[in-house]
Design a protein around this ligand. Structure first.
Ligand code: ADP
Length: 577
């Protein structure tokens, strides 16, 4: 039965019972009222007339008015005959009274009338008793009826009170629990309401929904598994090593190439903590550590290539670490969920690079001897041992001298660079005085500074501590800074050379008032062979790159602050000895 019908039925029966109770009570009260009214109307009046007639008959001989009074009451009584036998006795009274009228002194007739009146009183008294008994019976039956209907009402109300809340509340509670289970992805949850009411229909719909969700979930799972397999196959077939880590650096996947180069079996890699593995495996350690060289203020990043020996050969790899972030459903904040480490095989490029470096080194080395002999020949010509030179020849000789100096500088830089690239920088780091480094550099650039009429301001802290440095290489860097500053300064410009004792070491800086460097190129000027577009093409674009290598090899930091049109400040910092 439907809940709606059940509710209607229950409440309807209750309503009917209350109605019946009210009707029964009203009827009983009405019957009681009728009974009392009858007594008053029928019997009380008769008794009243009878009493008046008694009084009149007693006075009939002495008071003539008693006749009228008697007749009046008799007339009233004749009109109020209500009880069985009352009619006959009234008739008798009337007959005896008529006889008395003809014989007013008859004592016998007066006695007869009195007897009749007594009989009339008795009949009415009995009728009153009978009516009183009837009223009592009515009260009793009313009591029984009201009690009976009241009890039935109570029983129905009590049953409804006990059953109704449970009937409605229990299925709702079960439904709530099942919905919670579904929300927690327990799709096997079902409702078992047996009835054919609304809850039964609800259970059917709910179970269908849960079944479909279960089916959908299962089909999704198998689809996800297929996709997972596809992605795994894809990663495995990649020719470059790939390793996936979760947010706690646990290895999620590693393709065959990755397994090959790490030398650890796949089963020993998957699910293991990379941090723990790194304790015994150098390669894993190199892969998970974020080793990027920070270069002073300019944030220049270098990712050193990894040299890995696998498959009986040496290979070079470039590491790329990709952070994986997602925005979880319903959230706004990005969440870090792991990293993918990609290794790019750069061996062929490295081999070409080595070949190029070796070629440059050989060529620059081979060029050094003829350039030196050109310079020697120039010196001979200059000393005029081979004869006098005219003005024109002198000018030609000056330009040959300039060009050969440039050639020597270029070959020197190329040699330095090939040293850097092959990792052959020979450093002799020892406590060196900043003042002597400065002096060495100033001596080297003195002439070109004078030629351009540059004013040099030197500011140094007092009692500068020694620095841990290779004197020659550091002076080379300072010379490079000064040469650049002179080259990019105006004629008769101003240079500021500062050496300051700082918290993190001693800082050397060269400031010029030249054209400055555009912010677009500031990060690139330390790259090999880079020259700011539009600047003088006489250089090689190697000076700052070599400077950076020299300073970083000594554990220092290098950088530049510059604004276009505001001059530039190049600086490097070295640790105190
Ligand atoms: P180069 O031999 O070309 O001078 P560097 O490595 O020394 O090579 O410098 C790279 C580039 O940086 C230069 O081409 C130049 O454009 C820019 N540069 C270096 N120093 C300065 C400076 N003091 N003022 C403006 N630009 C500079």
């Amino acid at each position: 039965m439907k809940i709606k019908t059940k509710l209607r039925l229950g409440l309807g029966v209750l309503f009917l019972m209350i109605l019946a109770l009210s009707l029964i009570a009203a009827r009983c009260i009405y019957v009681l009222k009728e009974d009392t009214e009858n007594i008053l109307l029928d019997n009380y009046k008769t008794l009243d007339y009878t009493r008046s007639m008694f009084l009149a008959i007693d006075q009939i001989q002495i008071n003539p008015e008693a006749w009228t009074k008697f007749e009046q009451n008799l007339k009233n009584q004749m009109a109020n005959v209500t009880e069985p036998g009352e009619g006959e006795i009234t008739e008798k009274i009337r007959a005896h009274y008529a006889s008395l009228k003809t014989d007013p002194n008859s004592k016998h007739l007066a006695v007869l009338i009195r007897n009749d009146l007594a009989e009339l009183t008795r009949i009415n008294m009995e009728a009153i008793r009978a009516k009183s008994d009837k009223a009592l019976a009515t009260v009793q039956s009313a009591f029984i009826w009201i009690a009976l209907t009241g009890t039935v009402c109570f029983l129905i109300a009590f049953t409804l009170l006990i059953n109704m809340p449970g009937n409605i509340g229990n299925p709702i509670r079960e439904l709530t629990e099942s919905i919670r289970a579904i929300a927690a992805k327990k799709y096997a949850e079902r409702l078992h309401f047996s009835g054919k009411d609304e809850f039964g229909e609800l259970a059917n719909s709910f179970n269908t929904m849960a079944e479909k969700l279960e089916e959908y979930d299962n089909s999704n799972l198998s689809q996800i598994l297929v996709e997972k397999k596809r992605i795994e196959a894809l990663i495995n077939n990649m020719h470059e090593p790939v390793i996936g880590l979760d947010e706690n650096q646990r290895i999620l996947f590693a393709n065959e190439e990755a397994v090959k180069i790490t030398g650890i079996a796949g089963s020993d890699l998957l699910g293991k903590s990379a941090i723990e593995l790194a304790e015994h495996n150098d390669l894993i350690r190199a892969l998970i550590q974020n080793k990027t060289g920070m270069n002073g203020d300019i944030g220049y990043k270098t990712t050193p290539s990894l040299k890995i020996y696998a498959d009986d050969k040496e290979s070079y790899f470039e590491k790329e670490v990709v952070d994986i972030t997602i925005i979880p459903t319903g959230e706004r904040q990005k969440k870090f969920i792991g990293q993918v480490i990609l290794l790019k095989n750069i061996t062929p490029f490295k081999e070409l690079d080595f070949a190029k470096t070796n070629f440059i080194a050989t060529v620059s080395h081979e060029l050094k001897t003829p350039i030196s002999s050109i310079k020697m020949s120039l010196q001979l010509l200059e000393s005029q041992q081979t004869g006098m030179l005219n003005e024109e020849q002198k000018q030609l000789m000056e330009s040959i001298k300039e060009d050969s100096n440039r050639l020597l500088k270029i070959t020197g830089e190329l040699l330095n660079m090939s040293q850097v690239e092959t990792g052959n920088i020979q450093l002799s780091i020892q406590p060196s005085s900043p003042a002597s480094i400065m002096q060495y550099a100033l001596d080297a650039v003195k002439l070109s500074m004078e030629q351009k009429g540059i004013e040099l301001v030197v500011q140094t802290d007092e009692n500068l501590p020694d620095v841990k440095a290779d004197m020659e290489k550091t002076a080379w860097v300072l010379i490079n800074f000064l040469t650049n500053a002179i080259r990019y300064s105006q004629q008769e410009g101003r240079l500021l050379l500062e050496i300051r004792d700082g918290q993190n070491g001693v800082r050397f800086s060269v400031r010029d008032e030249g054209k400055g460097i555009d912010s677009r190129y500031r990060n690139k000027i330390f790259d090999r062979y880079f020259q700011v577009p539009g600047s003088s093409k006489t250089g090689t674009g190697l000076g700052l790159a070599i400077s950076k290598e020299f300073i970083e090899a000594q554990g220092g930091a290098i950088g530049v602050n510059s604004e276009i049109g505001m001059g530039s400040t190049f600086y490097f910092q070295l640790a105190k000895a």
